[in-house]
Design a protein around this ligand. Sequence first.
Ligand code: NDP
Length: 330
Amino acid sequence: ATQIVLASRPKGTPNQENFRFENITLPTLQAGEVRLEPLYISVDPYMRGRMNDAKSYTPPFQVGAPLEGGVVAKVVESKSEALASGDVVLGALPWATQAIAEAKKLQKIDTNLAPASYYLGILGMPGLTAYFGLLDIGQPKEGETVVVSGAAGAVGMVVGQIAKLKGCRVVGLAGSDEKAELLQKEFGYDAVINYKTTQNLRTDLKAACPNGVDVYFDNVGGEITDAVISLINFHARLIICGQIAHYNDQQPQQGPRFLPLVLTRSALIKGFIVSNYHARFPEAMQQLGTWVKEGKLKYQETIIDGFEQLPEAFLGLFTGQNQGKMLVKV
Ligand code: NDP
Protein backbone atom coordinates (compact mmCIF):
# COMPACT_ATOMS: atom_id res chain seq x y z
CA ALA A 1 0.00 0.00 0.00
CA THR A 2 0.96 3.68 -0.29
CA GLN A 3 0.65 6.31 2.41
CA ILE A 4 1.23 10.07 2.55
CA VAL A 5 3.24 11.36 5.48
CA LEU A 6 3.97 14.85 6.73
CA ALA A 7 7.51 15.40 5.39
CA SER A 8 8.00 18.76 7.12
CA ARG A 9 5.95 21.37 8.95
CA PRO A 10 4.85 24.23 6.67
CA LYS A 11 6.08 27.75 7.25
CA GLY A 12 3.18 29.92 6.16
CA THR A 13 1.29 28.52 3.17
CA PRO A 14 1.83 24.77 2.80
CA ASN A 15 3.18 23.26 -0.44
CA GLN A 16 3.87 19.87 -2.05
CA GLU A 17 7.23 19.59 -0.28
CA ASN A 18 5.46 19.23 3.06
CA PHE A 19 4.14 15.83 1.88
CA ARG A 20 5.91 12.55 1.05
CA PHE A 21 4.60 9.31 -0.47
CA GLU A 22 5.80 6.03 1.07
CA ASN A 23 5.26 2.36 0.37
CA ILE A 24 4.13 0.32 3.36
CA THR A 25 3.34 -3.29 4.14
CA LEU A 26 0.42 -3.74 6.46
CA PRO A 27 0.48 -6.39 9.21
CA THR A 28 -1.96 -9.31 9.27
CA LEU A 29 -5.39 -8.69 10.77
CA GLN A 30 -5.98 -9.24 14.48
CA ALA A 31 -9.29 -10.18 16.10
CA GLY A 32 -11.70 -7.24 16.10
CA GLU A 33 -9.96 -5.55 13.17
CA VAL A 34 -10.89 -4.93 9.55
CA ARG A 35 -8.86 -4.16 6.43
CA LEU A 36 -10.14 -1.11 4.56
CA GLU A 37 -9.78 0.48 1.17
CA PRO A 38 -10.74 4.16 0.97
CA LEU A 39 -13.50 5.29 -1.39
CA TYR A 40 -13.41 9.02 -0.54
CA ILE A 41 -10.82 10.90 1.52
CA SER A 42 -11.75 14.27 2.97
CA VAL A 43 -9.42 17.27 2.94
CA ASP A 44 -10.37 19.95 5.48
CA PRO A 45 -9.04 23.37 6.46
CA TYR A 46 -8.56 22.33 10.12
CA MET A 47 -5.80 19.95 8.98
CA ARG A 48 -3.60 23.01 8.44
CA GLY A 49 -3.63 23.58 12.21
CA ARG A 50 -2.59 19.99 12.83
CA MET A 51 0.46 20.49 10.60
CA ASN A 52 1.86 22.93 13.19
CA ASP A 53 3.57 21.76 16.33
CA ALA A 54 1.01 23.50 18.50
CA LYS A 55 -1.42 22.41 21.15
CA SER A 56 -5.04 22.52 19.98
CA TYR A 57 -8.27 20.55 20.23
CA THR A 58 -6.75 17.81 18.04
CA PRO A 59 -3.14 16.65 18.49
CA PRO A 60 -0.62 17.76 15.83
CA PHE A 61 0.36 15.45 12.97
CA GLN A 62 3.85 14.06 13.52
CA VAL A 63 6.62 14.58 10.99
CA GLY A 64 7.24 11.22 9.26
CA ALA A 65 3.81 9.88 10.23
CA PRO A 66 0.79 9.70 7.89
CA LEU A 67 -1.74 12.50 7.80
CA GLU A 68 -5.20 11.38 8.76
CA GLY A 69 -8.76 12.57 8.67
CA GLY A 70 -12.29 11.71 7.67
CA VAL A 71 -12.46 8.77 5.23
CA VAL A 72 -15.31 6.73 3.80
CA ALA A 73 -13.93 3.25 3.15
CA LYS A 74 -14.97 -0.22 2.09
CA VAL A 75 -14.28 -3.24 4.26
CA VAL A 76 -12.24 -5.72 2.19
CA GLU A 77 -11.43 -8.21 4.96
CA SER A 78 -12.91 -8.61 8.44
CA LYS A 79 -12.00 -10.30 11.69
CA SER A 80 -14.86 -8.63 13.50
CA GLU A 81 -18.43 -9.77 14.10
CA ALA A 82 -19.62 -6.20 13.71
CA LEU A 83 -18.53 -5.63 10.11
CA ALA A 84 -18.48 -7.77 6.97
CA SER A 85 -16.58 -7.55 3.71
CA GLY A 86 -18.36 -5.05 1.46
CA ASP A 87 -19.66 -2.85 4.30
CA VAL A 88 -19.02 0.86 3.88
CA VAL A 89 -17.78 2.74 6.93
CA LEU A 90 -16.80 6.22 8.09
CA GLY A 91 -13.73 6.68 10.23
CA ALA A 92 -10.73 8.79 11.16
CA LEU A 93 -8.12 7.02 9.02
CA PRO A 94 -4.65 7.62 7.61
CA TRP A 95 -4.07 8.95 4.10
CA ALA A 96 -3.28 5.51 2.71
CA THR A 97 -4.52 3.22 -0.06
CA GLN A 98 -5.17 0.50 2.55
CA ALA A 99 -5.56 0.64 6.30
CA ILE A 100 -6.27 -1.60 9.25
CA ALA A 101 -8.62 -0.37 11.94
CA GLU A 102 -10.54 -1.65 14.93
CA ALA A 103 -14.15 -2.21 13.91
CA LYS A 104 -15.42 -0.53 17.07
CA LYS A 105 -13.84 2.77 16.02
CA LEU A 106 -15.72 2.81 12.72
CA GLN A 107 -19.26 3.84 11.92
CA LYS A 108 -21.15 1.76 9.37
CA ILE A 109 -23.01 3.97 6.90
CA ASP A 110 -26.11 3.39 4.82
CA THR A 111 -25.36 4.16 1.17
CA ASN A 112 -29.02 3.58 0.21
CA LEU A 113 -29.99 6.67 2.22
CA ALA A 114 -27.47 9.01 0.58
CA PRO A 115 -24.31 8.76 -1.56
CA ALA A 116 -21.31 7.54 0.47
CA SER A 117 -19.47 10.83 -0.04
CA TYR A 118 -22.27 12.79 1.68
CA TYR A 119 -21.12 11.36 5.03
CA LEU A 120 -18.00 13.52 4.69
CA GLY A 121 -20.05 16.58 3.74
CA ILE A 122 -23.63 17.53 4.27
CA LEU A 123 -24.38 14.45 6.42
CA GLY A 124 -20.97 14.59 8.10
CA MET A 125 -18.73 17.00 9.95
CA PRO A 126 -19.35 20.07 7.73
CA GLY A 127 -23.14 19.63 7.76
CA LEU A 128 -23.18 19.21 11.54
CA THR A 129 -20.99 22.29 11.89
CA ALA A 130 -23.42 24.37 9.82
CA TYR A 131 -26.42 23.02 11.74
CA PHE A 132 -25.20 23.62 15.28
CA GLY A 133 -23.31 26.84 14.61
CA LEU A 134 -26.22 28.51 12.86
CA LEU A 135 -29.14 27.14 14.85
CA ASP A 136 -27.68 26.82 18.35
CA ILE A 137 -25.51 29.95 18.45
CA GLY A 138 -27.02 32.06 15.65
CA GLN A 139 -30.69 31.35 16.44
CA PRO A 140 -31.87 32.99 13.20
CA LYS A 141 -35.42 34.34 13.20
CA GLU A 142 -37.74 34.89 10.26
CA GLY A 143 -37.01 38.15 8.46
CA GLU A 144 -33.51 38.57 9.89
CA THR A 145 -30.42 39.02 7.73
CA VAL A 146 -27.77 36.27 7.89
CA VAL A 147 -24.33 36.85 6.37
CA VAL A 148 -22.06 33.88 5.61
CA SER A 149 -18.37 34.11 4.71
CA GLY A 150 -16.79 31.17 2.88
CA ALA A 151 -20.32 30.85 1.53
CA ALA A 152 -19.58 28.45 -1.33
CA GLY A 153 -17.68 25.92 0.75
CA ALA A 154 -18.67 22.67 2.44
CA VAL A 155 -20.02 24.38 5.57
CA GLY A 156 -21.12 27.70 4.07
CA MET A 157 -23.32 26.15 1.42
CA VAL A 158 -25.34 24.38 4.11
CA VAL A 159 -25.51 27.40 6.42
CA GLY A 160 -27.10 29.57 3.74
CA GLN A 161 -29.74 27.01 2.86
CA ILE A 162 -30.73 26.38 6.48
CA ALA A 163 -30.98 30.14 7.01
CA LYS A 164 -33.34 30.30 4.00
CA LEU A 165 -35.42 27.48 5.48
CA LYS A 166 -35.75 29.67 8.60
CA GLY A 167 -37.08 32.55 6.49
CA CYS A 168 -34.03 34.81 6.57
CA ARG A 169 -32.43 37.10 4.02
CA VAL A 170 -29.12 35.41 3.20
CA VAL A 171 -26.03 37.19 1.94
CA GLY A 172 -22.82 35.35 1.08
CA LEU A 173 -19.17 36.18 0.48
CA ALA A 174 -17.24 34.03 -1.97
CA GLY A 175 -14.08 34.18 -4.06
CA SER A 176 -15.36 34.05 -7.68
CA ASP A 177 -18.25 35.20 -9.85
CA GLU A 178 -18.96 31.57 -10.73
CA LYS A 179 -19.45 30.75 -7.05
CA ALA A 180 -21.61 33.83 -6.54
CA GLU A 181 -23.85 32.85 -9.43
CA LEU A 182 -24.10 29.24 -8.27
CA LEU A 183 -25.15 30.29 -4.76
CA GLN A 184 -27.83 32.65 -6.03
CA LYS A 185 -29.19 30.41 -8.79
CA GLU A 186 -29.00 27.00 -7.12
CA PHE A 187 -28.78 27.57 -3.39
CA GLY A 188 -31.23 30.38 -2.76
CA TYR A 189 -28.79 33.08 -1.59
CA ASP A 190 -30.38 36.53 -1.94
CA ALA A 191 -27.06 38.23 -2.71
CA VAL A 192 -23.43 37.14 -2.96
CA ILE A 193 -20.40 39.42 -3.06
CA ASN A 194 -17.17 38.39 -4.75
CA TYR A 195 -14.74 39.59 -2.11
CA LYS A 196 -11.78 39.30 -4.48
CA THR A 197 -13.09 41.74 -7.10
CA THR A 198 -15.22 44.16 -5.09
CA GLN A 199 -14.09 47.80 -5.14
CA ASN A 200 -15.43 48.41 -1.65
CA LEU A 201 -16.50 45.47 0.41
CA ARG A 202 -18.29 47.49 3.07
CA THR A 203 -20.29 49.50 0.52
CA ASP A 204 -21.36 46.37 -1.34
CA LEU A 205 -22.26 44.62 1.89
CA LYS A 206 -24.27 47.58 3.07
CA ALA A 207 -26.24 47.54 -0.19
CA ALA A 208 -26.83 43.80 0.16
CA CYS A 209 -27.94 44.16 3.78
CA PRO A 210 -30.31 47.17 3.79
CA ASN A 211 -31.61 46.17 7.24
CA GLY A 212 -28.17 45.51 8.72
CA VAL A 213 -26.74 42.17 9.88
CA ASP A 214 -28.42 40.07 12.58
CA VAL A 215 -26.40 36.87 12.28
CA TYR A 216 -22.88 36.46 10.93
CA PHE A 217 -21.56 32.95 10.30
CA ASP A 218 -17.81 33.44 9.96
CA ASN A 219 -15.72 30.84 8.17
CA VAL A 220 -12.94 33.20 7.18
CA GLY A 221 -11.99 36.10 9.51
CA GLY A 222 -9.74 38.99 8.50
CA GLU A 223 -10.96 42.01 6.54
CA ILE A 224 -14.20 40.33 5.50
CA THR A 225 -15.15 39.95 9.13
CA ASP A 226 -14.22 43.53 9.95
CA ALA A 227 -16.52 44.76 7.16
CA VAL A 228 -19.44 42.58 8.27
CA ILE A 229 -19.13 43.58 11.89
CA SER A 230 -19.27 47.25 11.00
CA LEU A 231 -22.90 46.60 9.94
CA ILE A 232 -24.26 44.59 12.89
CA ASN A 233 -27.64 45.28 14.45
CA PHE A 234 -28.64 45.39 18.09
CA HIS A 235 -28.35 41.90 19.61
CA ALA A 236 -26.48 40.50 16.60
CA ARG A 237 -24.98 37.01 16.94
CA LEU A 238 -21.49 36.41 15.51
CA ILE A 239 -20.59 32.75 15.10
CA ILE A 240 -16.86 32.16 14.83
CA CYS A 241 -16.71 28.84 12.97
CA GLY A 242 -13.50 29.21 10.97
CA GLN A 243 -10.69 31.71 10.34
CA ILE A 244 -9.13 30.29 7.19
CA ALA A 245 -7.74 33.71 6.20
CA HIS A 246 -5.40 33.35 9.20
CA TYR A 247 -4.42 29.67 9.13
CA ASN A 248 -1.22 30.39 7.19
CA ASP A 249 -0.25 33.48 9.18
CA GLN A 250 3.27 33.34 10.55
CA GLN A 251 2.72 36.21 12.95
CA PRO A 252 -0.38 36.66 15.09
CA GLN A 253 -2.65 39.42 13.71
CA GLN A 254 -3.45 42.64 15.52
CA GLY A 255 -7.04 43.31 16.46
CA PRO A 256 -9.95 42.74 16.36
CA ARG A 257 -10.78 46.43 16.18
CA PHE A 258 -14.57 46.29 16.06
CA LEU A 259 -15.26 45.66 19.71
CA PRO A 260 -16.77 49.11 20.42
CA LEU A 261 -19.66 48.15 18.10
CA VAL A 262 -20.01 44.75 19.73
CA LEU A 263 -20.38 46.65 22.98
CA THR A 264 -22.88 49.27 21.87
CA ARG A 265 -24.98 46.80 19.86
CA SER A 266 -25.00 44.27 22.73
CA ALA A 267 -23.80 41.63 20.27
CA LEU A 268 -22.72 38.09 21.03
CA ILE A 269 -19.47 36.61 19.67
CA LYS A 270 -19.04 32.90 20.17
CA GLY A 271 -16.57 30.39 18.80
CA PHE A 272 -17.27 26.66 18.79
CA ILE A 273 -15.94 23.28 17.76
CA VAL A 274 -18.48 20.91 16.26
CA SER A 275 -17.43 18.07 18.56
CA ASN A 276 -18.78 20.14 21.48
CA TYR A 277 -22.17 18.99 20.21
CA HIS A 278 -21.33 15.30 20.01
CA ALA A 279 -24.22 14.23 22.23
CA ARG A 280 -26.67 15.92 19.85
CA PHE A 281 -25.29 14.54 16.56
CA PRO A 282 -28.18 12.04 16.13
CA GLU A 283 -30.77 14.86 16.23
CA ALA A 284 -28.86 16.86 13.62
CA MET A 285 -28.23 13.84 11.35
CA GLN A 286 -31.93 13.04 11.45
CA GLN A 287 -32.92 16.61 10.52
CA LEU A 288 -30.25 17.06 7.84
CA GLY A 289 -31.12 13.66 6.34
CA THR A 290 -34.80 14.59 6.22
CA TRP A 291 -34.11 17.93 4.55
CA VAL A 292 -31.88 16.21 1.97
CA LYS A 293 -34.51 13.54 1.27
CA GLU A 294 -37.24 16.18 0.91
CA GLY A 295 -35.07 18.11 -1.53
CA LYS A 296 -34.95 21.12 0.81
CA LEU A 297 -31.17 20.94 1.16
CA LYS A 298 -29.04 20.52 -1.93
CA TYR A 299 -25.34 19.84 -2.04
CA GLN A 300 -22.37 20.17 -4.27
CA GLU A 301 -19.00 18.45 -4.16
CA THR A 302 -15.68 18.98 -5.89
CA ILE A 303 -14.35 15.47 -6.31
CA ILE A 304 -10.73 15.12 -7.41
CA ASP A 305 -9.83 11.75 -8.85
CA GLY A 306 -6.80 9.81 -7.60
CA PHE A 307 -5.08 9.17 -4.28
CA GLU A 308 -1.93 10.93 -5.51
CA GLN A 309 -3.97 14.16 -5.83
CA LEU A 310 -4.54 14.42 -2.05
CA PRO A 311 -1.88 17.09 -1.33
CA GLU A 312 -3.04 19.16 -4.32
CA ALA A 313 -6.68 18.93 -3.22
CA PHE A 314 -5.76 20.01 0.30
CA LEU A 315 -3.68 22.95 -0.97
CA GLY A 316 -6.60 23.93 -3.21
CA LEU A 317 -8.72 24.78 -0.16
CA PHE A 318 -6.53 27.83 0.44
CA THR A 319 -6.96 29.14 -3.09
CA GLY A 320 -10.66 28.37 -3.35
CA GLN A 321 -10.47 25.54 -5.92
CA ASN A 322 -13.61 23.92 -4.49
CA GLN A 323 -17.34 24.50 -4.78
CA GLY A 324 -18.96 22.74 -1.86
CA LYS A 325 -17.10 19.89 -0.21
CA MET A 326 -13.58 19.11 -1.46
CA LEU A 327 -12.99 15.34 -1.66
CA VAL A 328 -10.56 12.91 -3.22
CA LYS A 329 -11.95 9.78 -4.82
CA VAL A 330 -9.55 6.88 -4.59
P1 NDP B 1 -14.47 25.12 2.49
O1 NDP B 1 -15.14 24.09 1.70
O2 NDP B 1 -15.22 26.40 2.76
O3 NDP B 1 -13.07 25.44 1.82
C1 NDP B 1 -12.32 26.54 2.15
C2 NDP B 1 -12.77 27.80 1.37
O4 NDP B 1 -12.28 28.95 2.05
C3 NDP B 1 -12.18 27.90 -0.02
O5 NDP B 1 -12.98 27.25 -0.97
C4 NDP B 1 -12.09 29.41 -0.26
O6 NDP B 1 -13.24 29.85 -0.99
C5 NDP B 1 -12.13 30.01 1.14
N1 NDP B 1 -10.89 30.71 1.48
C6 NDP B 1 -9.64 30.20 1.48
N2 NDP B 1 -8.74 31.14 1.85
C7 NDP B 1 -9.46 32.28 2.07
C8 NDP B 1 -9.11 33.59 2.48
N3 NDP B 1 -7.82 33.93 2.73
N4 NDP B 1 -10.10 34.51 2.60
C9 NDP B 1 -11.37 34.18 2.34
N5 NDP B 1 -11.77 32.95 1.96
C10 NDP B 1 -10.82 32.01 1.83
O7 NDP B 1 -14.05 24.53 3.90
P2 NDP B 1 -15.05 23.98 5.01
O8 NDP B 1 -16.43 24.30 4.64
O9 NDP B 1 -14.67 22.60 5.32
O10 NDP B 1 -14.64 24.89 6.27
C11 NDP B 1 -15.04 26.25 6.31
C12 NDP B 1 -14.47 26.90 7.56
O11 NDP B 1 -15.08 26.31 8.71
C13 NDP B 1 -12.96 26.71 7.72
O12 NDP B 1 -12.41 27.89 8.26
C14 NDP B 1 -12.86 25.57 8.70
O13 NDP B 1 -11.68 25.60 9.43
C15 NDP B 1 -14.08 25.82 9.57
N6 NDP B 1 -14.62 24.63 10.23
C16 NDP B 1 -14.86 24.72 11.58
C17 NDP B 1 -15.42 23.69 12.26
C18 NDP B 1 -15.72 23.84 13.70
O14 NDP B 1 -16.00 22.85 14.38
N7 NDP B 1 -15.67 25.06 14.22
C19 NDP B 1 -15.72 22.40 11.59
C20 NDP B 1 -15.51 22.44 10.15
C21 NDP B 1 -14.96 23.51 9.51
P3 NDP B 1 -13.29 31.27 -1.78
O15 NDP B 1 -13.20 30.94 -3.23
O16 NDP B 1 -14.61 31.83 -1.40
O17 NDP B 1 -12.12 32.08 -1.31
